[in-house]
Design a protein around this ligand. Structure first.
Ligand SMILES: *Cc1c(COP(=O)(O)O)cnc(C)c1O
Length: 399
C-alpha cells in the first residue's frame, strides 16, 4: 500500500503546487515553474486569468446550480455562441471530454436507429487515438493498455490503421454508423492528419450515410491556430466533442452537432446533472469571448511560429536526439531517439513543465496566452536538458 490515500492510478512527483499566474506556477517552497503543459491543454488562458477569475467569483455570488430541468440564460447564450462559431446547430454541455465523447457516440447510434437502421451501430476509430476513460471512450480508441482487465470489449467498435484510406474503405460496410477521430492526435504522439485525408473522410461519410465525429477535446479551442483544427482542411464534421481548453480550467465539455445528426436526441434520451451548470457557463462565456477574438488567434499563430523556429534550432543542435517536430499551432511534439521521460524529468527539475505522448514524443502544450519571452525561456531550459542528456549518453552514465 502506498502512503497516499489516493488510488494510485497516477504517480506525481512529491511537489505541491499551490498557485499560478499566467504561464507560471509555484510550488509550496516558492519554486517557480514555466507551465508548458497547461493542465494538458486545459489552461488555455493560463492560470488565474483576471477575466476568468472575475466571471467565476461573480457567478459564485449569484447562482451555482439549478439542474437542466430549469432554464438558465447563460446556458442558452453560450450554446448560441458556439453554434454561431461552428458547423453546429445544437450543443449539449458536459463536465468533461469523455462525457462529450459519450454524447457523440450515443447520438450517432440514435441517428441511425431513428432513421430505421438499428443495425447500423459500428463506430470506426484509429490507432493511437485517445477518447477519454469511459467504457465508450476506451472502446472507441481501442488502446489495449486502457481496455485490458476491464471486461470484454464492447460490440460495435472497430479499429483502423491511422491515416490509411484503403484500410478504412475495406472496413466500411452497411453497419458502419460513424467514424471518430482527432484531427490532430494528442496522446497518440501529436500526429496531425493531412487535410486531404480529412477531406476524403468527409466524402466517404457523405456517400455512405456515416456520421463523421471529430474529437477536438485537445486540438480544439484555438490551440492549432484556428478555432478548430478541422478548419485547416476546410471541412466540417457532423458531430464534435470539445472540452479541455473551452473551460480554461473549469470542468466543461460539449457535444456539438448538426440538426440532421441530432434527429434522435429528443426529450429524455440523454442528460446530465451538472452539464451546463451556471458556474461552468459563466467561465465558458469568458473563455469563448477571449479565444474567438481575431487578435487572440493572431497571437497563437505568431508565437507558435516563433516556437517552431526555436524548436528547429534545438533540432539542429541535437540532431541525434530530436528526430522530428510535429503538430500545429501550440500543440507540438518532438519525436526523440531517447526516452522523452528523461527530458520531461530534467525539465521539471529545471522549472519547466512539459509532458510526453506515445511513440517517444515530448509533448509541448503551453497556455495560448504565452509570449516570445516565455518561449525563449522554455527553449533555453530545454537546451540545457538536451545538453545534459547528450553528455550523459556520451559518457554512458545513467541519469
Ligand atoms: C483529454 C481527452 C479526452 C478526455 O477528456 P476528459 O476531460 O479527460 O474526460 C478525450 N479526447 C481527447 C482527444 C483528449 O485529449
Amino acid at each position: 500500500m502506498s502512503n497516499s490515500p489516493l488510488m494510485p492510478v497516477y504517480t506525481p512527483p512529491p511537489t505541491d503546487f499551490v498557485s499560478g499566474k499566467g504561464a507560471m506556477v509555484f510550488d509550496a517552497n516558492g519554486k517557480r515553474y514555466l507551465d508548458f503543459l497547461a493542465g494538458i491543454a486545459v489552461n488555455s488562458l493560463g492560470h488565474c486569468h483576471p477575466k476568468l477569475v472575475a466571471a467565476l467569483t461573480d457567478q459564485a455570488n449569484k447562482l451555482w446550480h439549478m439542474s437542466n430541468v430549469y432554464q438558465t440564460e447563460l446556458q442558452q447564450t453560450l450554446a448560441a455562441k458556439w453554434v454561431s462559431a461552428t458547423f453546429a446547430d445544437y450543443v449539449f454541455f458536459t463536465n468533461s471530454g469523455t462525457e462529450a465523447i459519450e454524447a457523440c457516440l450515443k447520438l450517432t447510434r440514435k441517428y441511425h436507429f431513428t432513421k430505421g437502421k438499428p443495425e447500423k451501430i459500428d463506430i470506426i476509430g484509429f490507432d493511437g487515438a485517445f477518447h477519454g476513460r469511459s467504457y465508450g471512450g476506451i472502446n472507441a480508441a481501442g488502446n489495449q493498455n486502457y481496455l485490458n482487465g476491464f471486461g470484454p470489449p464492447l460490440p460495435g467498435f472497430k479499429q483502423c490503421k491511422f491515416g490509411d484510406i484503403e484500410a478504412l474503405l475495406a472496413m466500411i460496410d452497411e453497419n458502419t454508423a460513424g467514424i471518430i477521430l482527432e484531427p490532430i492526435q494528442g496522446e497518440g504522439g501529436v500526429r496531425a492528419l493531412e487535410p486531404e485525408y480529412l477531406r476524403a473522410l468527409r466524402s466517404i461519410c457523405n456517400e455512405n450515410d456515416i456520421l463523421l465525429i471529430f474529437d477536438e477535446v485537445q486540438c480544439g479551442a484555438a490551440r492549432s491556430g484556428k478555432l478548430f483544427a478541422h478548419e485547416w482542411a476546410d471541412i466540417t464534421p457532423d458531430v464534435m466533442a470539445i472540452a479541455k481548453g473551452i473551460g480554461g480550467g473549469f470542468p466543461l465539455g460539449a457535444c456539438l452537432a448538426t440538426e440532421q445528426a441530432s434527429i434522435g436526441m429528443v426529450k429524455g434520451t440523454h442528460g446530465s446533472t451538472y452539464g451546463g451548470n451556471p458556474l461552468a457557463m459563466a467561465v465558458g462565456h469568458a473563455v469563448f469571448d477571449e479565444i474567438t477574438q481575431p487578435e487572440f488567434l493572431e497571437n497563437v499563430n505568431s508565437v507558435a511560429n516563433y516556437l517552431v523556429q526555436s524548436l528547429e534550432g534545438l533540432k539542429d543542435a541535437y540532431p541525434d536526439i530530436i528526430l522530428e517536430i510535429r503538430g500545429k499551432g501550440l500543440l507540438r511534439g518532438l519525436k526523440l531517439s531517447i526516452d522523452p521521460l528523461i527530458i520531461r524529468d530534467l525539465a521539471f527539475q529545471n522549472g519547466l513543465l512539459v509532458t510526453v505522448a506515445a511513440g517517444n514524443v515530448l509533448r509541448i502544450l503551453p497556455p495560448l496566452i504565452i509570449d516570445q519571452g516565455n518561449v525563449s525561456e522554455a527553449i533555453s531550459i530545454l537546451d540545457k536538458c538536451f545538453a545534459s542528456a547528450q553528455a550523459s549518453q556520451k559518457t554512458g552514465e545513467a541519469l
